[in-house]
Structure formats: structure tokens, C-alpha cells
Design a protein around this ligand. Structure first.
Ligand code: URP
Ligand code: ZN
Ligand code: ZN
Length: 477
């Protein structure tokens, strides 16, 4: 009781009045009281004194977005340079309503995992505008890595990592995947899988190139839906064999979605992610004059209208657990980006990836929630709550509850805004979503009780963002 009275007498740091609070399960109207970076009160008409008061004026207030898939300052092997570092990437994310990002610390073959993580910490420290955790990418599966380094880092707060079934520098074969999965199962780590059949891609690429078919549109031809579905089915089998859950990242097409849905229906622990490029882009974007199509080269590639419909269904029916950006930005111009090997080089030499940190949430809110394709609870679930649960950050992140970090976004809805690259804050010379109209955008973004963006203005300095250790996932048991 005394504790409660003392608490009541204490000055709050921030009150958000008249909030239409949305979590992944509820919508309710109340005030939000924040003290010491955390939410301490959720009630009507908070009367306590506060250093700062914001009136949400009945607007939706959602948990800050968590982008569980982005590439920042990641070293490339082909001479290209990822356009965003931690400073520009996290700034851009903040303006789009994201308060935590989870980029990848990539291990190339021969790299010591601990060193890889230390290097990423050095890149991120003092640079971030929002909070961050790390996934690792495991490409070297030597005994030492699997039996010593990997278990150690999982315990230390890096409990999720990605493996690749394609890309020469990164890919693992089935035997190696089985070894990784059995360790991950034992250590309770989340294994994210990039599912595309490497041999099929190589075979198709060589065939296309030998026929002189090298323009950007052939990127999509070299990576058809069949090869995504094959790898997805295969990885499901490997997951079943080792009784270890997997999370399929950036799923793009009908057949792969069906494979995942079937496996989930049978009770296998299969999780899945999709991304804006599979809802808002189609493969004909790659078929443009000159090199323009390179802007849309990502893997898997954007698909067809029919696939887009299936991706929406997969979000609606719960096949997809998370919606991430897969922000992997390269300059269109400049010799270090999409044209690193020249604008006349084959599609197979174009760095893979598109920017999307800032536009992820407004696109989904506008076309999903505002156009009534998904509920606002589903929006919170796949953009914040479930990424937090899957990546061991919940309930510190991902919800609006007493004791959670005050990561909050006040949304402006019913607006008429056109996405223009010149208005975005990433360090890229284009957005694949140029000229798409949106009807919602974050008005105020709050991270750990601090207003970081308000009405299009940045309110904090770089270095505000803090590293967040990941606990063990709620989805690995
Ligand atoms: O094309 C893409 N998605 N590039 C990023 C790397 C990856 O596989 O996620
Ligand atoms: Zn990938
Ligand atoms: Zn990616």
C-alpha cells in the first residue's frame, strides 16, 4: 500500500491522454502513464503530475513496430556496399513507426562468431536512434562453431539466426542444415531459413545467360516460385526430422505458402514471414527499359497479382507470423550499388535487395487496416507482438502493458499521402514504393518514454538506441 501511495505521489515522465490503445488482442480507450521508460499506468483520466503531457485526441496508439528482418552495414563480398548504416537505417525506421530493429550480424566462412557479434556492436554503438537486437547468419558449421560458439552466443542474448539454402558465400547443404537444426533444437534457438533451391537457380541462370538473356527481368525467371516451394518443402522435412521449429523468411509465392500452411495444419512447428515487396510489387517491375528493373531485384523476387492475393490470405489466416521489411538497400546509381558490375552486366551480378524500413508499417496500415483487409489487432500482432515473442523480447517490447517499455506510436489516419523517396530518411536514391498512396502515417513515435519523432521532426540524437538482449523464444519448445 505504502509503495502504491508513494508511486502515486511521484511525478510521471509522460502522460498520453485520450489514447485508443491497440494491442494484438484488444482495443480500449484510456490514458497512458510513463515513468522511468516504462508504462506504469493504463487508466482513464490519469490525474497525476507529469513532466510532459501529449494529447492523442482519440487517435490509435500502437506498440512501436519491431522490424525483425533488415540488413544494416552488412559487409558484401561482391564489392557492393549496403546503403544504410545503423545511423541512417535506424533514423529511417523511426520515422516509419519502428522502435526496434533486428539486423543481421553475418558470419562468413572462417569467421569467429563472437568476433562477428563484437564487430556489429562496434558498428551500432552510439549510432542508433532506436533500440536494436541482433540475429546472426551462420554460414560456417564447423564442429567448433556448432558445439561451442553457437550455444554460447545463444545463451548470451543472440537466440535467433538465419541460414541460407542459396548464395555461394552463405549456403548450407541438407546435411549441414540437419546439424544446425539439431543444435538449435537443443539450445532452443530460432532458425530463420532463406528457402530457395541453389542448384536450380544456378542451372536456370547459366541457361538464361547462355541465351543472352541477362537484363534485370531475368532475375525473376531464374528464381521461379517452384524453386522456393521445393526448398520450403525440403526444409520442412529437415525440420520434422530434427523436431526443430523453423521460421521461413521473406515468403513470396502461393506454393510455398501452401506448403507452410499444410505443415502448420498437421501440427508441425513452422513459422513464416512475409514482406512488403510481396504485397505491393509484382515481377513486371523488373521488366523496364535499361537498368531500371534492377531497383526491384531482390530474392525471392516479386511475383504475380495472384501470389499477392495468396500472401494477403496467408496474413489473414495466420500462416504468416511476422511482417518485416527485409530492408537490404543498394544505391541505384554510383558504382557501389545495383550497378557494381556495370549496367550491362547480367542480372546475376546485381546485388539483391530493396529498401523498406520506413514504408513497411504505413503500407500495411493503409492497405491492410484502412482498407479492411486485416484488423488492427492483426496489424499489431505481425508487426510488433509476434516478432517480440518469437525473438525473445516480449513483453518488454511488442505490447502496451504495465511494465513494458514505453515504445508507442500515435498514428495519423485518414490522410492522403503519396510516398516519395525525397521525403524518406534512408540513405538510398530510390524507393520501390514511389508514388504509392497511403492513408496512414506515424505522427508521434516514442521509444522508452522519449518522443523520438513528432510531426515529421526528429527529437533525439543518434546513440539514443540501446541494445536489447534476446531471451529464449516463446515459440521454441
Ligand atoms: O534480396 C534480398 N532479400 N536480399 C537480402 C538478403 C536476404 O536474403 O534476405
Ligand atoms: Zn534471405
Ligand atoms: Zn534479408
Amino acid at each position: 500500500l505504502i509503495y502504491n501511495i508513494l508511486n502515486l505521489l511521484q511525478m510521471l515522465d509522460l502522460i498520453i491522454k485520450n489514447a485508443k490503445v491497440c494491442t494484438s488482442s484488444d482495443v480500449f480507450v484510456c490514458d497512458i502513464g510513463v515513468q522511468n521508460k516504462e508504462i506504469v499506468l493504463l487508466e482513464k483520466n490519469i490525474n497525476q503530475k507529469s513532466k510532459e503531457i501529449l494529447d492523442a485526441d482519440g487517435k490509435y496508439v500502437l506498440p512501436g513496430g519491431i522490424d525483425g528482418h533488415c540488413h544494416l552495414d552488412q559487409p558484401m563480398k561482391d564489392g557492393s556496399v549496403i546503403a544504410d548504416n545503423f545511423e541512417s537505417g535506424t533514423k529511417s525506421a523511426a520515422f516509419g513507426g519502428t522502435t526496434t530493429v533486428i539486423p543481421f550480424a553475418v558470419q562468413y566462412k572462417g569467421d569467429n562468431l563472437r568476433k562477428v557479434i563484437q564487430d556489429y556492436h562496434k558498428k551500432a554503438e552510439g549510432q542508433c536512434y532506436i533500440d536494436y537486437a541482433f540475429h546472426t547468419i551462420i554460414s560456417d558449421v564447423s564442429n567448433k562453431i556448432l558445439h561451442q560458439e553457437l550455444p554460447a552466443i545463444i545463451k548470451d542474448g543472440y537466440s535467433h539466426f538465419k541460414i541460407y539454402m542459396t548464395y555461394d558465400d552463405l549456403k548450407l547443404n541438407d546435411r549441414e542444415i540437419l546439424d544446425v537444426l539439431s543444435i538449435a533444437g537443443k539450445e532452443k534457438a530460432v532458425v530463420m531459413v532463406h528457402a530457395e533451391n541453389h542448384e536450380c537457380i544456378m542451372w536456370l541462370t547459366e541457361k538464361l545467360e547462355s541465351e543472352g538473356k541477362i537484363s534485370p527481368k531475368y532475375h525473376a525467371v531464374s528464381r521461379p516460385d517452384i524453386i522456393e516451394a521445393e526448398a520450403t518443402n525440403r526444409a520442412i522435412s529437415l525440420s520434422r526430422l530434427t523436431k526443430t521449429p523453423v521460421l521461413f523468411v521473406h515468403i513470396s509465392s502461393k506454393e510455398a505458402i501452401e506448403a507452410i500452411r499444410n505443415a502448420q495444419t498437421k501440427g508441425f512447428k513452422i513459422l513464416a514471414e512475409t514482406c512488403p515487396q510481396y504485397l505491393f510489387l509484382t515481377k513486371d517491375k523488373l521488366d523496364q527499359k535499361d537498368f531500371e528493373g534492377a531497383k526491384y531485384v531482390c530474392s525471392p523476387p516479386p511475383r504475380t497479382k495472384e501470389d499477392q492475393i495468396e500472401v494477403w490470405k496467408g496474413i489473414q489466416n495466420g500462416t504468416f507470423d511476422v511482417f518485416s521489411s527485409d530492408h537490404c538497400p543498394f544505391f541505384y546509381e554510383g558504382k557501389k550499388g545495383k550497378d557494381v558490375k556495370g549496367k550491362n552486366a547480367s542480372f546475376s551480378k546485381i546485388p539483391n535487395g530493396c529498401p523498406g524500413l520506413e514504408t513497411r508499417l504505413p503500407l500495411l496500415f493503409s492497405d491492410g487496416v484502412m482498407n479492411k483487409k486485416i484488423s488492427i489487432n492483426k496489424f499489431v500482432e505481425i508487426t510488433s507482438a509476434k516478432p517480440a515473442k518469437i525473438y525473445g523480447l516480449y513483453p518488454r517490447k511488442g505490447t502496451i502493458a504495465i511494465g513494458s517499455d514505453a515504445d508507442l506510436v500515435i498514428w495519423e489516419t485518414g490522410i492522403n499521402k503519396t510516398i516519395k523517396n525525397k521525403d524518406l530518411h534512408h540513405n538510398v536514391d530510390y524507393t520501390p514504393y514511389e508514388n504509392i498512396k497511403v492513408s496512414a502515417w506515424p505522427k508521434t513515435v516514442i521509444c522508452r518514454g522519449n518522443i523520438i519523432v513528432n510531426d515529421g521532426k526528429l527529437n533525439i540524437s543518434k546513440g539514443f538506441g540501446e541494445f536489447q538482449k534476446s531471451g529464449i523464444s516463446e515459440y521454441v519448445y
